[in-house]
Design a protein around this ligand. Structure first.
Ligand SMILES: [Zn+2]
Length: 432
């Protein structure tokens, strides 16, 4: 019983019903009871006190708001230090910023330190689960798994695969790539809360041979995830067209390799044709909406209104994205939605970075909600920080407006504490 924790706070958790309508679970004064890393009870304070014998201790976190930990379904570990790299659009930015940053991970010690830093930075942003691109280096991906595993974090990650159109030191021949990838899968996939994602960066940097090797791996390990990019930028699409002249469109390049599965996440998808979208939806694959990155790189505006819940996920896409905060990512999402004349509701936004992203990863039965039986992955929000948020909230009359303000005005100071499997992994209250 020693690891039992009783937390009292405002509680908010979102689900959807079978018709796709938001189901709100909100307690102005509630309790979350956790044991052995799992949530065992979520209830109102009145119900808690009626049930519990007197004298049981609890931690009173009011007036802070406790919500499920945020989930980032598309982010690049080696790009943590190149956020806000000034450049042209995507392909220029890759050459100027992303590739040089990834080359530095050839150094084992550097990669290990940066993997630990990255995991801690996610926690300080309130993110408790992520789907992550590592680099082409096997040791860098291993370091990432080691760092996540040490914190009992749920992580989906993979070693980037590239065999052309990138600096030579980031390219791998087929034999080396095969050996590294298979070794990582064997060592890490399904170990604790870790999962492996096949990670061909995108069709520009993977030959047909490399993509068909992914297909081969999937035939042996059908439960592997797949993460890649698609139709982010017009210049990129032109490059894919000339590299794969025999395919009718970008998606078909991945389809031919068997990479459009229910566990596949295609980042961006801004410029997909109607036909490509329909095929991708039918395949059950996910599009990762990365509004911060799309605005930063001038890539375009994703029409999220047209994407079914079952196919939508959302990611920070650091370092094309300008921060790891999923609250910030939602704020950028509102801007993209506004430009398309779509009123993205704050509940939909919060759902997308919690339960929605959990569902997109096929993990919606264990994370993404404050619910008995789920992992106690949670984030405690201090809505008095920063001052601009506190001031705004004095004039907010309902929960959606409060969340909307939080997403625009909240920052790292709003993240009071982060829990992973019931353990405190970040504690700003302790720092102050
Ligand atoms: Zn990306």
């Amino acid at each position: 019983m020693s690891d039992r924790i009783n937390l009292r706070a405002r509680l908010l958790s979102l689900d959807k019903d079978l018709e796709g309508k938001i189901v709100l679970e909100y307690y102005e004064d509630g309790f979350v009871v956790c044991e052995e890393g799992l949530i065992v009870e979520v209830l109102s304070a009145d119900d808690y006190f009626a049930k519990m014998p007197s004298g049981v201790s609890y931690e009173d976190l009011r007036p802070h708001l406790l919500v499920p930990g945020f989930i980032d379904n598309h982010v690049h570990m080696p790009q943590q230090d190149i956020i806000a790299g000034r450049s042209g659009e995507l392909l220029d930015w890759l050459d100027r910023h992303a590739f040089p940053a990834e080359l530095r991970y050839a150094d084992h010690d550097f990669a290990r330190i940066k993997a630990e830093t990255f995991i801690n930075e996610l926690f300080s942003a309130g993110t408790t689960c992520a789907q992550v691109f590592s680099t082409v280096h096997r040791h860098a991906c291993e370091s990432l798994f080691v760092a996540a595993s040490a914190k009992k974090m749920c992580l989906v990650a993979g070693k980037v695969m590239m065999d052309r159109n990138a600096p030579v030191d980031l390219l791998q021949n087929a034999a080396d790539c095969r050996e590294d990838t298979e070794s990582l899968i064997e060592e890490w996939h399904g170990r604790g809360r870790l999962r492996y994602a096949l990670t061909p960066r995108f069709a520009v940097t993977s030959s047909e041979e490399q993509l068909s090797y992914c297909s081969d791996l999937l035939s042996h390990h059908s439960d592997l995830y797949v993460q890649t990019h698609i139709s982010e930028n017009l210049e990129e699409i032109d490059a894919v067209r000339s590299l794969f002249p025999q395919q009718k469109d970008y998606l078909e390049v991945y389809e031919q390799a068997g990479l459009a599965t229910t566990k596949s996440t295609f980042a961006h998808g801004i410029h997909l044709s109607k036909d490509e979208r329909q095929r991708l939806f039918l395949a059950g694959s996910k599009i990762a909406f990365c509004p911060s990155s799309n605005l930063f790189l001038g890539s375009g505006l994703l029409d999220i209104e047209s994407i079914p819940d079952a196919n939508l996920s959302i990611g920070s896409d650091v370092g094309g994205g300008t921060g790891l905060s999923m609250l910030h990512t939602c704020a950028e999402g509102f801007k993209v939605a506004h430009l398309a004349g779509y009123d993205w509701h704050p509940f939909e936004a919060l759902w997308s970075i919690t339960k929605g992203n959990a569902d997109a990863l096929g993990l919606g039965n264990s994370i993404g909600q404050l619910r008995p039986g789920f992992f106690a992955d949670m984030v405690l929000l201090d809505l008095d920080q920063p001052r601009a948020l506190k001031n705004r909230l004095e004039h907010c009359e309902n929960l959606p407006d409060e969340l909307f303000a939080l997403m625009f005005l909240g920052d790292d100071r709003s993240i009071a504490r982060t829990y992973v499997a019931g353990e405190v992994v970040f504690d700003r209250m302790e720092l102050s």
